[in-house]
Design a protein around this ligand. Structure first.
Ligand SMILES: Cc1cc2nc3c(=O)[nH]c(=O)nc-3n(C[C@H](O)[C@H](O)[C@H](O)COP(=O)(O)OP(=O)(O)OC[C@H]3O[C@@H](n4cnc5c(N)ncnc54)[C@H](O)[C@@H]3O)c2cc1C
Length: 398
């Protein structure tokens, strides 16, 4: 390999193998999940083509908040998220992207006993699973995080293995690493997929026959699979976020009673909410934030972090936007084979970015003959189930 062909990033924990030698695989979607899987497949010796209908990170990954944590009560979710955090740390650096360590706090307010109990239960289960998570009341929280308003807090959970990443930077870094490892990247190329045998159909009708196709097309995965005759139980839904000026160093915070999250950002803070609990059309959804979204959310942000501004609670809105997440009936993603030669990765319920480094790696191993993640088996649903859309961080039952 010449210097020019060297991967653009040193993968740290990764090893190069030839388990995938002789295999040709197409990955559809250059979001965080697709680029990670493509890179890991190339590291396994697979001949990979990575397609995107737009550019790298032109889907949800370019619109995400980049909050990452391992604070999951379920053991498998926690293991995957913990692996992902470790890998973010290993892959980050001056030449790639920043992983900024930052504690994650999630809280319920006084007068909200159901969510308070849910947090207590989650923290207990996390501790049972070996996650470093603590329960705090409002006073303890105030001492630890002076930036937060806590006089209305009943209980909070705090997770230390957490931080934030610019999702566009991560995705671009992994795409560069993938091409540096031999992946052929074809952007501005909306493709169709077919199974049995696996193939990708380019916009000009040319057929690219491969050994397997991985569809990591985010909110468009359902439509692509439907065109191939395969129903998927997943619903895209619209969420919103904003960046405002301010001066917040820590923590990242999800106010479960208020239904919004926030984190520090290079120019102030980033906050999100505005979930629409109905299915959205990926081809026609409104990419702009609703007219009242920013003012409404900033008022609630000012309540939770009053000291971030000069005291009058006026935040300087820099920008606000909308994007799509994907929901499933049990809020677990659809990751793995839907046919012998056709794989999917979608349905991440607002947690796909933080899990991408681990999910991409596991998918790559599955595609070269390893076992999949049983709990995320995409064929566990029939494809026609009715279910409500529930925001991913919500503590409420379905
Ligand atoms: C406002 C907002 C905030 C979020 N915050 C967080 C957060 O803090 N933490 C977190 O973990 N997650 C967060 N998420 C969720 C996260 O963005 C997603 O779960 C994650 O980015 C999914 O990555 P992906 O690679 O699966 O899909 P995507 O990033 O959507 O990538 C899919 C790609 O497929 C391409 N594609 C689609 N159809 C075709 C086709 N026919 N041919 C070729 N290419 C195609 C698209 O162009 C796109 O680039 C947030 C999402 C939004 C919208």
């Amino acid at each position: 390999m010449s210097d020019a062909d060297e991967p653009a990033l040193s993968a740290g924990a990764d090893t190069f193998t030839d388990r995938g030698a002789g295999l040709e695989i197409a990955v559809v979607g250059a979001g965080a999940v697709g680029v990670t899987a493509a890179y890991d497949l190339a590291c396994e010796g697979v001949d990979v083509t990575l397609y995107d209908r737009g550019g790298v990170a032109s889907g949800a990954s370019g619109r995400a908040a980049g909050i990452c944590y391992d604070a999951f009560a379920d053991g498998l979710d926690a293991e995957i998220a913990g692996d992902a955090i470790e890998r973010f740390r290993a892959l980050s650096g001056d030449e790639t992207f920043s992983f900024v360590e930052c504690p994650y706090v999630w809280l319920a307010r006084e007068g909200d006993p159901e969510r308070a109990d849910a947090i207590r239960d989650q923290v207990r289960r996390m501790q049972d699973n070996g996650i470093v998570a603590l329960e705090m009341d409002g006073d303890a929280l105030a001492e630890r995080f002076p930036a937060l308003r806590t006089d209305d807090v009943a209980v909070a959970g705090i997770a230390g293995a957490a931080g934030y990443v610019d999702p566009g930077e991560y995705t671009a870094s992994l795409a560069a690493a993938a091409t540096g490892t031999g992946v052929a990247l074809e952007t501005e190329t909306p493709v169709d997929v077919r199974s049995e045998p696996a193939r990708v159909i380019r916009p000009d009708g040319e057929v690219h026959a491969v050994d397997a196709v991985l569809v990591a097309a985010g909110a468009r995965t359902k439509g692509l699979l439907a065109d191939a005759g395969i129903p998927l139980t997943v619903k895209p839904y619209r969420v919103q976020a904003l960046v405002a000026t301010g001066d917040l160093a820590e923590p990242m915070c999800y106010d479960a009673t208020g239904g919004f999250y926030l984190r520090p950002h290079a120019t102030g803070l980033l906050a999100g909410d505005g979930t629409e609990d109905r299915e959205a059309d990926p081809a026609a959804y409104d990419r702009e934030a609703d007219p009242t979204f920013a003012a409404d959310l900033l008022e609630r942000v000012a309540h939770r972090v009053p000291g971030v501004t000069d005291g009058d609670h006026e935040y300087g809105l820099e920008r606000a936007w909308a994007g799509l997440c994907t929901a499933t009936p049990d809020r677990d993603p659809l990751v793995g084979a839907v046919r012998d030669d056709l794989y999917v990765a979608t349905g991440f319920q607002g947690h796909g970015f933080m899990r991408a480094p681990a999910v991409g790696q596991r998918l790559a191993k599955e595609l070269v003959g390893g076992s999949g993640i049983d709990a995320f088996d995409p064929t566990r649903f029939d494809g026609d189930e009715a279910f409500p859309v529930v925001e991913g961080m919500s503590l409420d039952p379905n």
